[in-house]
Design a protein around this ligand. Sequence first.
Ligand SMILES: *Cc1c(COP(=O)(O)O)cnc(C)c1O
Length: 391
Amino acid sequence: MSTTTLLSEKDTLKKTPQAFPFLDLRAQFASIRQETIDAVTRVLESQAFILGEEVDSFEKEIAQFVGCQFVIGCASGSDALLLALMALGIGVGDEVVTTPFTFVATGTAIARLGARPVFVDIDPETFNIDTEALENAITPRTRAIIPVHLFGLPADMNALKEVSARHGLAVIEDAAQAIGARYLDDLVGQLGTIACFSFFPSKNLGGAGDGGMLTTNDAAYAERLRLLRVHGNRTKYSSELLGINSRLDAMQAAILRVKLRHLDDWTTARRRNAARYRQLFLDAGLEQKVKAPEEPAGSHHVYNQFVIRASRRDELQAYLRARGIPSEIYYPNPLHLQPAFAYLGHDDGNFPQSERASREVLALPISPELTEEQQTMVVNAMADYYNSCTE
Ligand SMILES: *Cc1c(COP(=O)(O)O)cnc(C)c1O
């Protein structure tokens, strides 16, 4: 197949085997195989699976890493968001502000408690909440703001906290994609009232299944969160609060303790890969066709995803797929246009930047294990596609 002809629809529908995986978790496992097996064996030998020493130790190590006082493991990033809102006492009649350009769990956590998600559009440069538009969304019923540090880039927290402080609102960081990211001098996880993390396998610190975590510097919220994750129980069979069952498994904690030791190196590799893409785009003359992600001054992006804006995004992705090059779309549908949120009464056109982003974004492979050769394949295929388009 010539690389310079546009592919027919039939060609794009053919299943081409991937030249390499979008995210190579097997390569990552191979690099930490023995340490991981030792950790799992240790838990199996102990037969202590619920909370206990492994989870305590992991929570302490994360507190050290993030630089915050209290860490509470839980069952997923989605539960972390839910627990944070529960700890703040948010429920029916309350409003919580966030963006529609995020993973669905940010919105559902609010809705599940009977509160109303109030959306604010994104800043097209960063994909994060537009702090200029924030003020307009606040009403007397607003209780909290959930900035999402999307793709690993911290939201503009100084501008956001100026608004939250003026209105007396709590700030819940959705840091699911951003462990290790920095905003000015601080790591995410200590920039708001409570922060939520996810250990879903594709996150920068990913477990062998589901897992999540909350961080805070507020002792009272930390205590509530510890109760809420175990049915509100302070002692066995005595519920002080209406809680849920949402614990981090000891097995996950043991594996995550191993991986945490490598996280800084993996982040360095992601950042190196991001810099390499930028250079390869320049070398290939792609600056007019694709826009690399921004990293505003003072921010330290951890590139859970390397998300470009691409002209003719869908055609480009089909072309890449036919060449065996993996890519993903995060996110193809903003929350306000999803059936689950239809009851909010939004329409196409309500959040134009989020809608435009959902049509233009493309995530390229960025995992720490990605090689220079693979990145060159990605960019060469992109250049071939755009060269094949006759304007
Ligand atoms: C992954 C993710 C979540 C949910 O985390 P889970 O552990 O999968 O429940 C929430 N918000 C964002 C932005 C995410 O990327």
